[in-house]
Design a protein around this ligand. Structure first.
Ligand SMILES: [Zn+2]
Length: 79
C-alpha cells in the first residue's frame, strides 16, 4: 500500500479551509458500501468538485464522494 505524508488529521497550508469547506458538502455517502471504502483506503477517491470559486477564489477544491476527505490544490485533508 502506498503511504504518503498525509496524516490522520488536517494538516497543511489550507487545513483550516479544508475544515470549513468540508461542511459545505451536505450529504456524503459515509455509509456507502465496503468496496467504496476500500477504494478510498487505497487512494481511489471519487473526487467531486463543488462550485466554490466565488467563496474561495483561486483554490481548486474537491470533496470525495465516498469519504470525508477534501482535496485543496492537490493536497488531501481528512476532516
Ligand atoms: Zn474517499
Amino acid at each position: 500500500m502506498v503511504t504518503s505524508t498525509q496524516s490522520s488529521f488536517p494538516e497543511g497550508p489550507d487545513a483550516n479551509l479544508a475544515i470549513r469547506v468540508a461542511k459545505l458538502w451536505p450529504h456524503r455517502k459515509h455509509e456507502s458500501n465496503w468496496l467504496k471504502g476500500l477504494f478510498c483506503a487505497l487512494g481511489g477517491h471519487r473526487w467531486r468538485s463543488l462550485n466554490l470559486a466565488e467563496l474561495v477564489p483561486g483554490k481548486k477544491i474537491q470533496h470525495c464522494f465516498w469519504c470525508s476527505k477534501v482535496r485543496i490544490d492537490g493536497i488531501i485533508y481528512r476532516v
